[in-house]
Design a protein around this ligand. Sequence first.
Ligand SMILES: *Cc1c(COP(=O)(O)O)cnc(C)c1O
Length: 480
Amino acid sequence: MSDHRQALFRKIPSVDVLLAHPQIDAALSTQPRGIVIRAIHEILAALRTAIQTDMAVSDRELEPNTIAKDVMVRIGLLSMPSLRNVVNATGVVVHTNLGRSLLAERVLAKFSPLAGGYSNLEYALDQGRRGSRYTHVEYLLQELTGAEAGMVVNNNAAAVLLSLETLARGREVVVSRGQLVEIGGAFRIPDVMRKSGAKMVEVGTTNKTHLRDYEEAIGPDTALLLKVHTSNFQIVGFTEEVPLSDLVKLGQKHRIPVMDDLGSGCLLDFSTYGMIREPTVQEALEQGVGVVTFSGDKLLGGPQAGIILGKKDLVAMIRENQLSRALRIDKLTLLALEETLRMYRDPRTAVKDIPTLRMICCSYDTLVENAERLHALIRDMNTENFSIEQADGFSKVGGGALPLQQLKTRLLCLIPAKLSAQRMEIHLRHNDPPVIGRVEKDRLVLDVRTIQEKEFQTVAQAIKTLAKLNPSKDRAERNE
Ligand SMILES: *Cc1c(COP(=O)(O)O)cnc(C)c1O
């Protein structure tokens, strides 16, 4: 080890010295001791790593006063809850890492009375006895989609697992090789199939599967024909997929039900809003599928849930499966789902008031106006750290929905000067609340489509803080 490095290590104050520092000592009267000690350890560890990896560490940075300041900041961070609000400036509307769908105001208004009080969750008020939690959404799902029956579980992965386990355990499920997808890392059709106890029979090839491939695979042990919506990718070029209606006809001929994992599951026809067509839940049901499953928090714009719709006898079997008890939906989720579905009774209300739909359908003109308003809040800023420009760009629907849909949008671009795009990204991410943008062509871009109106001031404030930052004193990267 170099002498210089050793000298720096020796200058690091001890934990006891820091605990006796007036600022930290004062913190001990309001904060749990464990948090204070942990904050000290973390800051000292970061300093040791910095010295070890030859980052420039000045003597001043090793003074107890300087370290105490960092410790206080760290105490603040450690005492914050882990799950927090963030500003989504990525332009990905259904962003799985950022919580997918925002619940509508109307839904939120229902939370407090229902969560803070008893409810008729499993109580039939008209009969004065035990009822089913699923009745609270089944009537709406039937009304909106024409389904004979429906039930809901924790998420769509659970819906697929439960349906396969009920309908095909120990038997065969025929599925196209072109639809053996992986979604979001943990959900893979072959793995879910194995967990369900069903035997997967793969047919066709990656790019082409014909009806005769399915027909040849059908045998005495076939329980189900499965179709999976290849949500997050599209095979283009020389391809062929069997239309759902043909699969249903084949199933009818052999008395085998068809299951359709729609993934996103939209109830509205997006092509009427100038977008690429995405198959709707209603269409799948009209074509005669046995069961269709989809997520509550993707294109539907509700809470995390898995929705199972279809024929009465099949849904009844799924409901009676013991496993459904383990995958059951919580009452707050049920409340959010019912209220979100109620908004679909008038599609205009749905598009206007369900945040996910509102953001996807937001017109370019509105986005230009919003970008202008956000820009106006920071236009008079004077900084050498970066400059700001507006530009056109594209947002994404996300959540595996409409993967080819490019949504034209307006971006606020922070163009690096004294601060690099990476540093700006880190700083905004460490803002309170965090602002999550994306680095694109060496700029930090903020997409106005996914920034909520009520967050404009927050974003402006975060950018102003970035403008005032002294780049030579910036240690953002070290504290990553
Ligand atoms: C997203 C998706 C799932 C998983 O749904 P979750 O609600 O995330 O559990 C399953 N299948 C398809 C086709 C999907 O797109």
